[in-house]
Ligand binder design. Structure first.
Ligand code: ZN
Length: 291
């Protein structure tokens, strides 16, 4: 199944909702960063949530970044998405191994206690920045808390990544349901009942539920209306020129040292792990251009 996001409304627009199938993009991230199972689950959940949050943005050039920083062995997760639901991301320590907790990958333990930062760059002078404490460090609950406390939008977020026995990604997906300010009490109550029936999104994914079916399960009895479907993918817009800026930022003195050592260098993009090669001649040009 190719990855996609379904956008919907319910109860005469009292509710807006998103659901996603993201198995391919999470597997792509796993392959690129060679992440351990628990790192794959943590990164995969944030990529899945980030892709949906990216698709909420209005303008072509809007960029959303979610950073999770904790005191656990994973240290941090960074995910960036655009309004077309192109998403990319990485974890600080991709090879973290932890024993399972209650039979599940211990994402909360890998992340630890910390904060979540959401940065929305909408082309204004200053980007919007929202900082919240991590509630469970399991990602979905942390995003729910972010929406409530930072954006004042009561939401319900479910995210899941399911692994194969060989540690590749079997499937991934999730949903975001948001109550508009004029949502009526009985609508909210009905949806809360529906949410109680769905104990875990992973369970639905395992049963092979599509994003449409997930939304039907959650909003089927409150007038679900699917508005559109958009593709989503792991995509990085890095290039040798873009990475060159990072090389230039280390300063002329350090670049000169590399030249003096007479060795070509290789620089990897954090987000997608693509390697870029710079020869001594390239480095000399970088110094020249930075003058
Ligand atoms: Zn890249």
């Amino acid at each position: 199944m190719k990855d996609y996001i379904v956008r919907a409304t319910a109860a005469d627009s009292q509710v807006r909702a998103f659901a996603i199938t993201s198995g391919e993009l999470v597997e792509e991230a796993r392959k690129r960063h060679n992440t351990s199972p628990v790192a794959t689950a943590a990164l995969g959940r944030l990529l899945t949530g980030g892709a949906m949050m990216g698709s909420m943005m209005k303008n072509e050039t809007d960029v959303l970044t979610v950073k999770v920083r904790g005191n656990g062995p994973l240290e941090g997760i960074t995910v960036t998405a655009d309004s077309h639901a192109n998403v990319k991301g990485y974890v600080e320590n991709p090879d973290v191994m932890l024993p399972p907790k209650n039979g599940k990958l211990d994402v909360g333990g890998a992340v630890g206690i910390g904060i979540m930062q959401v940065i929305k760059d909408m082309g204004l002078k200053e980007p919007y920045v929202g900082d919240t404490m991590l509630v469970t460090s399991e990602i979905a609950e942390d995003l729910t808390y972010y929406f409530a406390s930072s954006e004042q939008v009561p939401s319900s977020v479910g995210l899941g990544v399911l692994m194969e026995k060989d540690n590749t990604v079997k499937c991934a997906g999730g949903f975001i349901i948001q109550m508009m300010p004029f949502a009526k009490e009985d609508t909210v109550a009905k949806i809360e009942e529906n949410l109680k029936m769905v104990t875990s999104v992973t369970e639905l994914l395992d049963k092979g539920y599509t994003p449409e079916q997930i939304l039907k399960e959650l909003l089927g009895n409150v007038g679900l209306e699917i508005t559109d479907t958009i593709p989503t993918q792991f995509y990085c817009n890095c290039s040798k020129e873009r990475v060159e800026k990072a090389v230039a930022s280390i300063g002329r003195k350090d670049i000169q040292e590399m030249i003096d050592e007479g060795k070509d260098i290789e620089v990897k993009c954090h987000f997608c792990n693509s390697a870029y090669h710079y020869t001594i001649e390239d480095l000399k040009q970088i110094i020249k251009r930075s003058r």
